[in-house]
Each structure stands twice: as C-alpha cells, then as structure tokens.
Design a protein around this ligand. Structure first.
Ligand SMILES: Nc1ncnc2c1ncn2[C@@H]1O[C@H](COP(=O)(O)OP(=O)(O)OP(=O)(O)O)[C@@H](O)[C@H]1O
Ligand SMILES: [Mg+2]
Length: 345
C-alpha cells in the first residue's frame, strides 16, 4: 500500500506540489508549495522546454524536501480527447480488444501505430445489452515531454491523470457536482451525475487575460496588475481605471458565458428542465477565483449554489503554517495526490 503520494500540478502560471500521507484513518499534508512557472516552460498544457521545466521542478522538490517517490501528475490540454461511447455488452478482454481496434474512430486522432497514442478507458455503466465507456487519449508526443522533465527532476510519474478528473476526488458525498477550474489561460469544466460522466470542456480563457485587461485599464505593468487583481474587487477593476476597460469586461463575460453554456449543455444532455435539477453545486478552483467578486457573478448568473473548492476540508497538516491562504489553487495537486493514495486501496 502506498503510504504517501506527491501530486504535481504543472500550471501555466504556477507549479503546485503537495505530498500527502496516510495518518491513521485520515490523511495529512506533509509538504506543500508552489513556484512561478517560467514563461518558456509550458503553454496551454504543452511543454515548450523540457530542460527549463525539469530544472524548475527539481528545485521545488528540493526546496520542499519531497520524499515520496510515488508521483501523480495532471494535464489539461485541448489536445486530449475525452469521448463517451457504447458497445454491446461483452467481457473485459473483448472490450479491450474492440476498443483498441476502434480507437482511431472513437478518438478521431490521426496515428499510424498504436504506440503513438496514450489512452485509457473506464467502464461506467453496464446493462445486459450495453456497456458504456469513457475513453481518454492523446498523442504520446504531448505527454512524453512531461514524463521526461519529471523523470529528470527525480519525480518520475506513476500515473498521469486529467486534472478535472482528479479534482473530483477532493469532494465527498456530492451526487451531481460541476467542477470549474479557472487557471491562468485555461478553464476546465467537468461534471458528473451519480458517478457517471456527463461533460468535459476546456475554454481557452483564464486569469491572464484579466491581467492584460487590468494592464490596459490602469496603464500599468504586469507585476502591478497582478497586485491590483489581489487587492481590488472586480467592480473596482472594472470601474476605477482611466484607460480602456473593455478587455476585463469581455474576458469576464466570455468566462461566465462559457460556464453558462456548458451548464445548459449538461441540462439538455441529462434532460433536465432546469440546471439545478442536474447540478447540485458548482465548485470553483484555480487562482482566478481569488478575484474578489468573481464567484458572486458566476453564482448569480447560474442560480445554483456556487463555492470555492476547499481541497483540505478532510485533511490535516503536519504544520499549520503550511495552510495556504487560497486553498482552491491547490485543489488539482491535492486531487492528484489522492488519486495515488486511492489507487492503491
Ligand atoms: N489572490 C489572487 N487574486 C486574484 N487573482 C489571483 C490571485 N492568485 C492568483 N491569481 C490569478 O490566478 C491565475 C493563476 O491561477 P492558477 O495558479 O490556478 O493557474 P495555473 O494552474 O498555473 O494555470 P492553468 O490552469 O491555466 O495552467 C493568474 O492569472 C493569477 O493572476
Ligand atoms: Mg491550473
């Protein structure tokens, strides 16, 4: 049984790392930290420089004193395909073979040989007639640079997961959750209904566009804009600047519209007459939801309970000084570490 696991979230803005161990019947954070992601390391889920990424990962690992060698890493990328599909009911071995045979059609990825793709699947419903499967896959060239950089840094991953899937692990007893992660330049939306996949979307928008908007509106540089985002409310960011304010407004609007459209897609797919029939709560993670007032806008528009996702609700810390001010930014890293610990149960 794995006693402790490291979750690594390689974000476009910051790399987050957390080591979690089993403590009696519960779980405990033993190490936690983050570092700014160098501009040249990754962009929208793609590694730009393996070496830069490896160096950054290695120094964070050393600084935190990470000791577990069971590592789970997460990826969010528009190049990862997630497809729900059905087959006539068959045994597990046959299912594996049929999937392999039909992989190209299911994922609509172009490849010549099977070893050019990385894929996995999960069966989530089975009747006498049909078996429903969620298939996830991408070109190996997307994940190989991650594996290589992590291995160089002494963090060879045992599992690679999709961030949004891992996020679900920090929740307890929610039947119909919708998880929204608003990062630096990507927003992912994932929902389930009673343990069955219902939707996964990635919007190419995030906090960086709001930073650019603040730079324009207040005619300031990036560092100052990051400070303003932390200090000011969304209302004052939208009103107080003397420069053009359109970019902040349109980014927030695009974000809210993208979330609303996805919620409505889920409602239609689940044949609900209103969104709150098919979603209990929207949980928001990622650094961008720290902006004061953003959560309230999403909550007002969606008319369903909306909260920041606290991944530490059921987890203790070896040292209270480690508890972060903005726990929701660590939600992915925590979910990934939990994936490692739960896989071995
Ligand atoms: N206290 C804060 N107040 C306002 N905005 C914040 C705060 N902390 C972080 N942010 C914003 O959150 C964003 C970074 O969030 P996060 O760390 O979740 O991104 P990431 O995981 O690195 O990126 P991605 O998920 O897109 O790969 C940045 O745009 C940053 O300005
Ligand atoms: Mg992120």
């Amino acid at each position: 049984m794995v006693k402790s696991c490291v979750g690594v979230d390689i974000g476009n803005a910051r790399i987050k790392m957390v080591e979690i161990r089993r403590k009696g019947r519960g779980l405990q954070v033993v190490k936690l930290g983050e570092v700014v992601t160098p501009d040249s390391a990754v962009r929208r889920g793609k590694v730009l420089s393996e070496d830069v990424l490896a160096t950054t990962l290695r120094s964070l690992k050393q600084e935190l004193g990470i000791s577990s060698d069971y590592v789970v890493v997460g990826i969010t990328s528009q190049d990862i395909v997630v497809k729900q599909t059905k087959f006539p009911t068959m045994g597990a071995k046959d299912l594996a073979q049929v999937l392999e045979f039909e992989l190209k059609d299911i994922l609509r990825l172009s490849f010549n040989a099977l070893d050019e793709v990385a894929y996995s699947y999960e069966e989530f419903a089975r009747t006498e007639e049909e078996v429903e499967v969620l298939v996830t896959g991408c070109q190996r060239s997307l994940i190989n640079p991650y594996i290589s950089a992590l291995t160089q840094a002494g963090l060879a991953p045992s599992v690679i997961d999709i961030h949004a899937f891992a996020l679900l692990r920090v929740l307890k007893d929610v039947e119909k959750p919708c998880l929204v992660d608003i990062g630096a330049n990507q927003t992912s939306i994932y929902s389930e209904s009673n343990g069955v996949f219902s939707a996964y979307r990635i919007l190419p928008i995030g906090g960086d566009q709001i930073t650019e908007g603040v730079m324009e509106a207040f005619e300031i540089g990036k560092l100052k804009a990051e400070e303003y985002k932390k200090e000011k409310t969304l209302d004052s960011l939208l009103q107080d600047g003397t420069g053009p304010k359109g970019l902040i407004r349109t980014t927030v609007q695009q974000l809210v519209d993208g979330i609303m459209q996805t919620l409505d897609f889920i409602r239609a797919k689940e044949r609900g007459s209103s969104v709150n029939e098919v979603i209990d709560t929207v949980f928001i993670s990622g650094g961008t939801v720290s902006i004061q007032g953003l959560l309230e806008i999403i909550s007002t528009e969606s008319e369903i309970p909306t909260e920041r996702l606290d991944p530490f609700a059921e987890i203790t810390f070896t040292d209270q000084s480690m508890v972060p001010e903005d726990p929701w930014t660590f939600a992915s890293a925590v979910g990934l570490a939990l994936r490692g610990l739960q896989d071995e149960d």
